[in-house]
Design a protein around this ligand. Sequence first.
Ligand code: HEM
Length: 463
Amino acid sequence: MSSLPVVVVMYTRKKTEKCAKPKLAKSGSAQLCLAIDERFLGFYALYAPAFLVFDPDLIRDVLVKDFDAFQDRCIPFDDSEPLNQHLLFLNGSKWKRLRSKLTPAFTSGKLKMMFETIDRCGREMVEVLDDAARSEKVVEIRDVSARFTIDVIGSVAFGVKCNCQRDPDAEFRVWGRKLFEFYTSDRVEQLLLAVHPPTAKLFRAIVGRKEVLKYFEDMVRDTVNYRESNNVERNDFMHMLIQLKNRGFMDDENELASQAVLFFSAGFETSSTTMSYALYELALNPEVQRRLHQEVDETLQRTGGRFTYDAVMGMPYLDKVISETLRKYPPVAFLPRKTTRPYQIPGSKVVIDNDMAVIVPNYALHHDPRYFPDPERFDPERFSEEEKTKRHPYVYLPFGEGPRNCVGMRLGLLQSKIGLAHLMSKIEFQKCDETKIPIEFDPLTIVFMPATGIHLRAKKRSV
Ligand code: HEM
C-alpha cells in the first residue's frame, strides 16, 4: 500500500483515558498528547504532526460537512514550477476558481460526446490482441490496459491520435511512461521538499524533470497554435481549455499546459490499473468472469452488436465488478487533506491546529472486515443494492468525496467499463504459470500499483 514517506505513531490512548491538554500542536512536547478514541489518532510524518481519521461520521465531517476547514491538500510541491499549477496541487481560492471552470468538462453530455473516441480505442485494443488470443498466448495486461487508456486520454485531453496500441514504442507511450516515472520519483522529491528544499531541486534536475515536462509543454503549445491558426474545433478538453484561456479564465498557456498534463497523468494510470486488477480477479474467479461474459453477450444482442453509452453504463454486473475492484485495489490509497483553520473534533476536546495534515485511509477502510467481511475475497455482490444500503456510505471512497473529490470520476469509470466490456466480448482471461499470486505491490508509487507486470493467458471466445 502506498503511504506517507515515513509514519511514526506517537501516541495511542484509549477512549476512556483523559488527556490533560487534548490538543495536537505543531511543537511543544507538553502538548503532544492526544486522546485516541476509535475514531482518530495522531502520528508523525517525519517531524510533522499529522492526523488520521477512521470513523465514517468523522470522515463525512472532514470531506463534506466541514469542508471549509479541510479544503486544501497536504501535498508539498514546488510552487515555482509553472506546470505544478494544477487542480491536484493548488489550494485555496486558486483551486476553487479552477475547479469551477474545469468541472463542466466532465458532465454526462460531454462524456457522451467522448464515447465514440473511447469506443474506437476499445475496438482497437481487441483487434491488437486478436492474434495473441487466437494462439492462446500469455499477455502482460498492465501494458495492454495502459496503451488503451493512453490512447483515450491522449485523444480527449490533448486531441492527439497517439497510436500506442498498434505501436508499443509510440512517442506518447514512451513519454507517458517517463512522466509517470517522474511523478513516482516525486515521492522522493516530496520527502526532500519537506526536509531540505535545496536538495529537492538538485534531485529534480537529476531525474530529468525538465526534459519530460518540456515534451508535454511543447506538445500543448503546438496543438494550441495549430488549432488557433486553423480554426479547428473538437469536442475535447483541449478545446475547452483553449476557450477558457481566450476568455481570460486561465492566466497563460502554462496554466493550460498544467491542466492538460494533469488530466493525462491522473487519467491514464488510475483507469489502466483498475482495468488490470479487474482482469486479474476475473482470471482468478472464473465464475465471476462467466457472468460478466454473459452480461456483455446479452447487451450486444440487444444493441445489434455495438456498444452504446447507455448500454455500457446500464450493465449492472459490470458496475459491480468495477466497484469491487476499486474496493480491493483503490488506485489512490489515502486522501490527503490539510486544515485551513483550527478544528475541534465533534464530540471530543481535541483541537487540530491550523495547517496540519489530515489523512483519510481509504485502503484501510476498504479492507476493514467490519465493513467488508472476509475482505481479501473478491465478491462483486458486495455492491448489490441491498448490501450497499447496509453500509455506511463513507467506508467506500475510491474517488474521494465532497467538493474536492475526483473531478474525472465519470470519465475514469466510463473508460474502464468500455475497455473491459470490449475485452470480455471477445476474450477469456485465465491464470497461468507466469501469474504472480498474490500480487506484490510497489510501495513507492503514487498510484497503488503492482511491483511487476500482471501476466494472464488470453483465449479467444467462441461467440
Ligand atoms: C478509476 C479512475 C480514477 C480513480 C480511482 C481516481 C481517484 C481519485 C482520487 C481518490 C482523488 C482524490 C479525491 C479526494 O481527495 O477526495 C482524485 C483526484 C483527482 N482526479 Fe481522479 N481518479 C480516477 C480517474 C481520473 C481521471 C480519468 C481524471 C481526468 C482525466 C482524473 C482527474 C483527477 C483530478 C484533476 C483530481 C484532483 C481534483 C481536485 O483536487 O479538485 N481522475 N482522483
